[in-house]
Write a protein that binds this ligand. Structure first.
Ligand SMILES: N[C@@H](CCC(=O)N[C@@H](CS)C(=O)NCC(=O)O)C(=O)O
Length: 210
């Protein structure tokens, strides 16, 4: 049985949860309590030495330790529906937008949150090493995030999906990034009508309530 190491409140494992649901893959879920630093304890370190969620244990017992590996594996093992594109051009466009959404969106929220939240003092980056916060990076993260909303809004003008004319992993990453931004009090507003329309349409997919 496939096992997802998850944390119901964290954005990165939400990407894997949505992907598994869209692919219709049966699996077990194990919650890792990030609030109480369970990811840094010996038991979880043995499963994922990177001390992050998500991790996915395949039914052959191989542990995949990040979304990149989990996505590549699930697409190869369960090709339908294709979420990384069918044609070479689609694959390229989806990879490009997925990367941009990760870098300009998810990373911007993480930069803003992790460099300011008192609970994350000395935990400015995930992983086994402690790093101190840099408060200027929190400010820069907020600016980057505002710009990301502008970029995504412009991209979605006249489009139903972020990357191609079909739902893809780029839409999953973008929903997770946009929703995660609420934690630093940034939400789509009337200045982002295309982004708002797309997010409302995404809500009709049952996977998005996970
Ligand atoms: N590259 C990883 C990033 C995973 C990641 O940063 N996960 C966060 C939760 S959203 C985590 O495990 N944090 C643990 C910590 O902050 O110590 C992926 O997307 O799979």
């Amino acid at each position: 049985m496939i096992t997802l190491y998850d944390c119901s409140t964290a954005p990165s494992p939400r990407r894997a949860r949505i992907l598994l649901a869209e692919k219709g893959v049966a699996h077990e879920t194990v919650q890792v309590d990030l609030k109480n630093s369970q990811q840094l304890g010996d038991a979880y370190r043995k499963i994922n030495p990177l001390c992050t969620v998500p991790a996915l244990c395949t039914d052959e017992g191989v542990v995949l330790t990040d979304n990149a590996a989990i996505t590549a594996y699930l697409e190869a093992r369960y090709p339908e529906p294709p979420l990384l594109g069918r044609t070479p051009n689609e694959k390229a466009e989806i990879a490009s937008w997925n990367w941009r959404v990760e870098f300009e969106g998810l990373m911007a929220v993480a930069e803003a949150l992790r460099n300011s939240a008192p609970a994350m003092s000395n935990r400015a980056l995930p992983g086994p090493m402690d790093y101190p916060q840099i408060h200027e990076l929190a400010q820069r993260g907020l600016r980057r995030l505002q710009q990301f909303f502008v970029t995504l809004n412009e991209r979605l003008a006249g489009r139903d999906f972020v990357a191609t004319d079909r739902f893809s992993v780029a839409d999953i990453t973008a929903v997770v990034a946009v929703d995660f931004a609420r934690i630093v009090k940034i939400k789509p507003s009337d200045e982002h009508p295309h982004l708002q329309r797309w997010r409302a349409a995404m809500a009709s997919r049952s996977s998005m309530s996970l």
